[in-house]
Every structure is written in structure tokens, then in C-alpha cells.
Write a protein that binds this ligand. Structure first.
Ligand code: PEP
Ligand code: MG
Length: 602
């Protein structure tokens, strides 16, 4: 047995056989039953034939162009398809190791690539790219035979656990978590969307393990403890039995008791605190309602892109999704954030080749500092207008608020608002006038927006502080990079001063301000945030019960005194010490236990 320790981001214990997912390149590796081996071999053969037909077609088209000589490149690729070290080797691997075809092709490629990489001859070394091209084509055709992303796990058996180099939110949104019990990843951090999603789906997870994918062969028994962050590889039977007995039964959103009255939390001295829900999937609405959320403070609409193919994501389908949300939450309000993706995540969607969000944030062309969120919407007017039209139409069916992500200052807000007005005019021209435009808010998540909060407060209808991003940009710490996750410090004096500045700027204009970052769900930090003047929060539904308990035991005057003490601290350690002191510690009750933080006691 081997033991690895990472960061537990979603509590609970699960045990099952490992399925591997390598996203870079995207390849899944799982054991196949002996009777499935001929099926895998047939898939591989068919993928080879398809690839051959495509290459022949490309070759003949090149022959008719101005550069017919280039045809030889594809001649070489055709020969590679028949190279015994590639497809034949992959066939052998399937037969000998009982693994799926995708992984066998990848394994054969890696063996071949090593030979090319060590070749003395530069010409030979360059041929590695051609092999990679052929392998990419084979993989694409294997994928086509299997279907789109949603089917990637179709042949995986129930009761398995997923071991991945990284798990993008879109991939996590597509996994059947009834079948796959939990996951462990090489990378990741507690605030990455996948961790957020895991918590909202009650899927135990450990991230930041470094090289877990290199240490676990497919089919091996693995125990994952999302509370302690421990992963056990090939544990003895008694540990497996023990782990099974501790396995937390999965709570499905649909199992929740829908219909609990939405009720704000009230402090011991009578101050009303709104606790709204952050949701990613319309199905999360049930969990939000059963937690008594007073509304949806953040609907991450980009998850629609992640779960719908380009062609299917029309104005109509978006309208239906938004309408279902506002009707489902009525009479509570729903805040829909317009798409927060970067251009690389959007590419497959925009070109109609698949679903969006293929790459994790921070990676790829757009990335954390690039063309993303409202910036992207503003340079893709058609995409933006379709979303705004769908939102405006849905606003007729309930209380909808529109929120723009990644606003950097007043110009962004003005331009986005102008687009909204224009879309409203177009709707009026086509005989569908909107009586009153919904409230328009901005996420305060870029330092420049926070610094100019007083200016933004004159033009926005509400603020929602996105501390997940605000902290990463303020402290220059990539929130998706496990190596620096310890530096991602919500209690840094710079963060707290920024929050105070934004809260004051909003208060001066009587603007409603909420906080929707993960920070709100920390029961130790919540009293401080209330002491700083916040009265509205949005968090994952699973965190609401704990937050409610904290609020109900809190005295607002004590919280204000705590905030005053904290704001005099020069260091994170100083802030931590203040928070640890009575009486707030007892008010927080749950302490900093990560389980309690995520409401696992429910
Ligand atoms: C945030 O940045 O704090 C936030 C809530 O948005 P997201 O996590 O989706 O970037
Ligand atoms: Mg954000």
C-alpha cells in the first residue's frame, strides 16, 4: 500500500478501482473486461481506416494545389499508420494489458516518441511531429467512434474513482458522479471551479497530489479521503472494508427536500443577512432551495457552454435555461453572470466542433490575464447579444439580475450596458418590448475595479465581490496552481483593505453589495465580513447551513469590534490570531475544520 497526501477539497471517503484521465493530451485509461478486448481492437481498426481515408483525401487535394510536392508529408503519415510500432503495437497492448484503445495508442506513441527524441539525426527528430499528428488523428477518430465528450466515460464501470492530471470544470460537469465515486488530481486548488463543483455535487476529492497519475495503474484499488486529503493506493482488504463503511452516501440534488422556505439568516441581535447560492448547473437549484437560499447570487452561465454543443446553444435554449431558473426560484431573484470563459475555452464552441471550456482557466491563449469574460463578450458581439436577448426575454418570467464578470472599470460597464440597451431596443422593434430592464451589476474581481469602486458605484445597480479572482490578482497568485496555493491568502491585509474600500464605496451610494467568492463560505471569516459591513453573501448551497449557524450566533456589534481589531493588523498571522480569539471563535462554532466549512456534517 502507498499513501499520498494532497489537499482535501470536498469531504467524504470513497473507495473504488482507478480510472485514469489525462487531459494533456485528452486520453482516458481504464481496464476493459476480457470479452471487451475484441471490441476495442475493432474500434482501433476502424479508427485506422477512417484516418487512412482522410489522409488519402488530403493528399489528393494537395496534389491539385499550387504546392503538390507537399503531398509527400501525408504519404509519410499514411506509412506510419501501418508502422508495426504504432497501431500494431497498440493492438498488442490492448490484447496483453486489457486496456482501452485510446490509452494503447497513447502508450505506443510515447514509446515511439522516446526513440525519436533520442535520435542523433535532426531530420529524424523532426519526424516526431508527424507521428504526433497521426496519433492525434487516430485519437480524434477513436473519439468520434465513441461520441462526444459526454460519452467519454460511457464504458467506465460503476463504483470507480477517477485519477486525473487535471479535471476541468467542463469535464467534471459531464462526469456521471453516480458511477464515479470521487476523484484525485495531480493539480488543482480549493478555489478552482472543479473543487467548487465537487463540493456542490458532494463528490469526495483530493487535489494537488503532484504526480498521482504517474503512480496509479488503471484498475488498481484506491481509497480517497476528501476530508484529510489522503489517498491510499492498493490498500489491504481490511482498509478497503473500513473505507467502504465510512463511505458517505451521495446526496443527489434531486434527493433534497425541495420547497423549504427561503429565509434570510438573522443575527442574535436581529440583523438580517441574505444567504444566496452560487450554482453551476440548473439542477443545483434544488439544493439551493432546500438549503433555504434567499436567491441565486451567482449562476455561472458558462457551464451552459460546457454542457451544450455549439449548435445546440441557441438563443432559444438559453432562454429556456434562464426562464427555468427564474421560475424555479420564484419569488426569489436569480443573478445570472454572463459567460466567464476565455477565448481558448470558447474555441471549440465557436467553431462548432464541440463544447467549450476545454482548457482550464489560466492555460491557453486567453488565460487568466487575457481575452476572457466580459472582454471576450465585447469583442464577440453576436455571442453576447444572443445571451443578452435570452436573458432579457427570461426577465419577463421572474426576478432576474444580470451581472458582468471581469469588469475592469467604468468603460467596460458602459459598453456592456449599451449592448444591453441596444438588444432591448431590437426586441422592442420585433414586437417584444421589455417593460423594465433588469438590474445590472458588476463583479468586483479585478483590482482596478475595486480601486475605482466609487466610480463604478455611480453607474452599477449592484456589486458582487468575487474574492476568488480578486485575491489571485491582488496577490499575484494563480488560483489554479497547487504549488502556490498556500500564498492564496484571503486574510491578507491587502485583501481586507480592498474589501473595506469596496464596501464603503457601495454604502456611500446605497448600492447593494454581496460577496460571492469562496471566502464567504468560511465560517471563521464570515463574522469578520459581517463586521466589515456586508449583509449579503452567495456561496455553494452545501455551505449555507453552516453559514446560517454562524450568523444566528453572531452579535453584530461584536462582529464590528472584531473587524476594527483585525483592520489594525499588519500580517496574516495577526489577523488569524484575532479571529481565533473569543468570542467570535465560539460564535463560528465549527472552527476551521474543512469538513465543517463545507457543511459535510449535514
Ligand atoms: C470569484 O472570482 O470570486 C467568483 C465568484 O467567480 P469565479 O470563481 O467563477 O471566477
Ligand atoms: Mg471570478
Amino acid at each position: 500500500m502507498h499513501r499520498l497526501t494532497g489537499i482535501g477539497v470536498s469531504p467524504g471517503v470513497v473507495v473504488g478501482r482507478a480510472v485514469l484521465l489525462l487531459q494533456n493530451p485528452l486520453v482516458i485509461r481504464f481496464p476493459v473486461r476480457p470479452e471487451q478486448v475484441p471490441v476495442e481492437l475493432a474500434r482501433l481498426d476502424e479508427a485506422r481506416e477512417r484516418s487512412r481515408r482522410e489522409l488519402l483525401d488530403i493528399k489528393s487535394r494537395i496534389a491539385r494545389t499550387a504546392a503538390p510536392d507537399l503531398g509527400y508529408l501525408f504519404e509519410a503519415q499514411l506509412l506510419m499508420l501501418d508502422d508495426p510500432m504504432l497501431v500494431t503495437r497498440a493492438r498488442d497492448l490492448i490484447a496483453a494489458e486489457h486496456v482501452n484503445a485510446e490509452w494503447a495508442v497513447q502508450q505506443a506513441f510515447e514509446e515511439l516518441a522516446t526513440i525519436f527524441d533520442t535520435a542523433q539525426d535532426a531530420y529524424l527528430r523532426e519526424r516526431r511531429g508527424d507521428v504526433a499528428d497521426v496519433v492525434g488523428r487516430l485519437r480524434m477518430n477513436l473519439g468520434r467512434l465513441r461520441g462526444r465528450g459526454a460519452d467519454l466515460f460511457a464504458d467506465v464501470e460503476a463504483g470507480t474513482v477517477l485519477i486525473a492530471d487535471q479535471l476541468t470544470p467542463s469535464m467534471a460537469a459531464q462526469v456521471d458522479w453516480q458511477k464515479i465515486l470521487g476523484f484525485a488530481t495531480d493539480g488543482g486548488s480549493p478555489t478552482h471551479h472543479t473543487a467548487i463543483l465537487a463540493r456542490s455535487l458532494h463528490v469526495p476529492a483530493v487535489v494537488g497530489l503532484g504526480s498521482v497519475t504517474g503512480r496509479i495503474p488503471p484498475g488498481v484499488m484506491v481509497a480517497i479521503d476528501g476530508s484529510s486529503g489522503v489517498v491510499l493506493i492498493d490498500p489491504p482488504d481490511e482498509v478497503v472494508e473500513e473505507a467502504k463503511s465510512r463511505t458517505t452516501p451521495r446526496v443527489r440534488a434531486s434527493d433534497h427536500n425541495i420547497g423549504r422556505e427561503a429565509s434570510p439568516a438573522v443575527t442574535a441581535d436581529g440583523a438580517v443577512i441574505a444567504l444566496e447560492a452560487n450554482i453551476e448547473l440548473p439542477a443545483d437549484m434544488a439544493a439551493a432551495r432546500s438549503a433555504g437560499a434567499t436567491g441565486i447570487g451567482l449562476y455561472r452561465s458558462e457551464f451552459l457552454l460546457a454542457t451544450t454543443s455549439g449548435a445546440a446553444l441557441t438563443e432559444e435554449s438559453q432562454f429556456e435555461a434562464y426562464r427555468a431558473l427564474v421560475e424555479g426560484m420564484a419569488p426569489a431573484a436569480v443573478t445570472v453572470r454572463t459567460f466567464d470563459v476565455d477565448d481558448s475555452q470558447l474555441q471549440p464552441w465557436a467553431t462548432g466542433t464541440g463544447t467549450a471550456m476545454g482548457a482550464p482557466r489560466g492555460v491557453g491563449a486567453g488565460g487568466a490575464l487575457g481575452l476572457r469574460a466580459v472582454r471576450l463578450s465585447l469583442v464577440m458581439p453576436e455571442l453576447f447579444r444572443v445571451q443578452l436577448r435570452a436573458l432579457l426575454r427570461a426577465s419577463r418570467h421572474g426576478r432576474l439580475r444580470i451581472m458582468f464578470p471581469f469588469v475592469s472599470g467604468v468603460e467596460d460597464l458602459r459598453t456592456a450596458r449599451a449592448a444591453l440597451r441596444q438588444v432591448a431596443d431590437e426586441l422592442a422593434a420585433r414586437g417584444e418590448p421589455i417593460d423594465a430592464l433588469p438590474p445590472v451589476g458588476v463583479m468586483i474581481e479585478i483590482p482596478s475595479a475595486a480601486v475605482t469602486a466609487d466610480l463604478l458605484a455611480r453607474e452599477a445597480d449592484f456589486f458582487s465581490i468575487g474574492t476568488n479572482d480578486l485575491i489571485q490578482y491582488l496577490l499575484a497568485v494563480d488560483r489554479t496552481d497547487a504549488r502556490v496555493s498556500r500564498l492564496f491568502e484571503p486574510l491578507h491585509p491587502a485583501v481586507l483593505r480592498t474589501l473595506r474600500h469596496v464596501i464603503r464605496a457601495a454604502a456611500r451610494r446605497h448600492l447593494s453589495v454581496s460577496l460571492c467568492g469562496e471566502m464567504a463560505a468560511d465560517p471563521v471569516i464570515l463574522p469578520l465580513l459581517i463586521g466589515l459591513g456586508l449583509t449579503s453573501f452567495s456561496m455553494s448551497p452545501a455551505a449555507i447551513a453552516v453559514a446560517r449557524g454562524v450568523v444566528e450566533r453572531l452579535d453584530s456589534a461584536a462582529a464590528a469590534r472584531l473587524a476594527a481589531r483585525v483592520m489594525r493588523q499588519a500580517t496574516v498571522a495577526g489577523v488569524e490570531r484575532c479571529l481565533a480569539r473569543e468570542p467570535v471563535r465560539s460564535l463560528a462554532g465549527a472552527g476551521r475544520d474543512p469538513d465543517a466549512r463545507q457543511g459535510s456534517h449535514e
